[in-house]
Design a protein around this ligand. Structure first.
Ligand code: PMV
Length: 332
C-alpha cells in the first residue's frame, strides 16, 4: 500500500442556470484552471491531522475516533467530514488500516478561498479521490460524486452539487441535481473573462432569500425557473456548436431573470454593463450573486476593452482558462 498521494481538482464557474438548478432545472458549469491540491499521507498513528494554511488551519489534529465530533473549525469541516464519510462507506482491510493508522492531509489552493471558485467542494473531492486511490478502493467518478455531494450536504444542508461535479468530471458540464444528469459537453475553451466584485455573500443565505420570494409568488418564480431551464437547453446547443454570440445573448437573458430573483447586486451589475458596453457578446453574474464573480464572453479583439471596462467599474479581472480537466492524481 502506498503511503502518500497527491491529487488536484479544478475550481468552477457557473455559466448559466444558478438558483433554478436547485429546483431541478439544468445548469451549465465549466471547470477552471485554478486548482486545489491535497497531499494525503498515512502516518502510522491513529490521529487525523490537517494543514490547510489557505483557510487558516495549521497544526489541527484529533484522534481518528473523534472524527466529525466536537466543534470543527470552518476551514477544517469539509476535509474532516469527507474522511469520516469515506471511511464509513468502505469496509476493506486497507480502509481499516486508516482507522488504526491515521492520516495527514495538506491542502493548498491556487486561488483565494474568497473567490467563489468552489474551494470547499474541490477540497472535499480531492480528499475522497486521494483516499479512494491510496486505499485501493478505486471508486469510479459517480461514486466519488455521491460521497462528495453527501459531504457537502452534511455540512451546508443546501446546494445542487454542480461544483462537486465540475471538480470531479472537469470540462464543461450540463448538470441536473442530484447528479441525475452529468453530461460532458464537447467544446473548446470558452473565451471567458472573469471579474471579481468582492467577498462572496453566503450561498445558503441567498438560496433562502430566493426561496422566500418563491413562497410569496410561487407561480411567478416557478415560471422564471422554467424560463431559465429553457435558455439553458438552448445554451447547451450553443456550447456544443461553439456559437459564442448566441451563448452571450442567452447569458444576458439569464442575467435578467437573476435580477428578477433579486440576486444581481449593484456592483456586479455595473461590471456586467461595462463588459457589454465594451463589446462583450454577453455578461452575467456567476454563482449565488450579489457579490463575488461575473463572467463575460467576448470576441478576441474586444478582450482588452472588456477587461478595462470591468476594471473601471471597480472589478478585479481574474485570468482563468475554462474547460480544464477534472480531479486527477499528480503523483503518489
Ligand atoms: O456562489 P456559488 O458558487 O456557491 O454558487 C451557487 C449556485 C446556486 O445555484 C445558487 C446554488 C447551487 O448549489 O447550485
Amino acid at each position: 500500500m502506498k503511503t502518500s498521494i497527491t491529487v488536484s481538482a479544478p475550481g468552477k464557474l457557473m455559466l448559466l442556470g444558478e438558483h433554478a438548478v436547485v429546483y431541478g432545472r439544468p445548469c451549465i458549469v465549466t471547470a477552471v484552471n485554478q486548482r486545489m491540491k491535497a497531499i494525503v499521507e498515512l502516518i502510522g498513528e491513529p490521529t487525523f491531522q490537517l494543514e490547510a494554511p489557505d483557510v487558516n488551519i495549521t497544526g489541527y489534529q484529533k484522534p481518528m475516533s473523534e472524527l466529525g465530533k466536537g466543534d470543527i473549525p470552518k476551514g477544517a469541516k469539509f476535509v474532516e467530514i469527507a474522511v469520516k464519510n469515506f471511511l464509513a462507506s468502505q469496509s476493506t482491510s486497507e480502509v481499516k488500516k486508516i482507522h488504526l493508522g491515521g492520516v495527514k492531509i495538506t491542502t493548498t489552493s491556487e486561488f483565494s478561498s474568497q473567490f467563489g471558485f468552489g474551494s470547499s467542494s474541490a477540497s472535499t473531492v480531492c480528499t475522497i479521490k486521494a483516499l479512494s486511490e491510496i486505499t485501493g478502493a478505486s471508486l469510479d467518478n459517480k461514486a466519488i460524486f455521491d460521497l462528495s455531494y453527501k459531504t457537502v450536504l452534511d455540512i451546508q444542508g443546501k446546494g445542487s452539487g454542480f461544483d462537486v461535479a465540475a471538480a470531479i468530471f472537469g470540462g464543461t458540464l450540463y448538470y441536473v441535481i442530484p447528479g441525475k444528469i452529468i453530461e460532458s459537453l464537447k467544446t473548446d475553451s470558452l473565451p471567458l473573462i472573469v471579474g471579481y466584485s468582492g467577498i462572496k455573500t453566503d450561498t445558503a443565505i441567498l438560496i433562502n432569500q430566493v426561496l422566500e420570494k418563491a413562497k410569496k409568488y410561487p407561480e411567478v418564480i416557478e415560471n422564471i425557473y422554467d424560463s431559465i431551464g429553457k435558455l439553458v437547453e438552448q445554451a447547451k446547443k450553443a456550447v456544443l456548436s461553439k456559437n459564442w454570440q448566441t451563448l452571450g445573448k442567452l447569458m444576458n437573458f439569464n442575467e435578467g431573470y437573476l435580477s428578477t430573483l433579486g440576486v444581481e447586486g449593484k456592483k456586479l451589475a455595473d461590471m456586467i454593463y461595462a463588459a457589454r458596453d465594451a463589446g462583450a457578446y454577453g455578461a452575467k453574474l456567476s454563482g449565488a450573486g450579489i457579490r463575488d464573480c461575473m463572467i463575460a464572453l467576448a470576441p478576441k479583439n474586444k478582450t482588452q476593452a472588456v477587461k478595462d471596462g470591468i476594471t473601471s467599474a471597480g472589478g478585479q479581472v481574474i485570468d482563468i482558462k475554462a474547460n480544464v480537466e477534472g480531479v486527477g492524481i499528480e503523483y503518489g
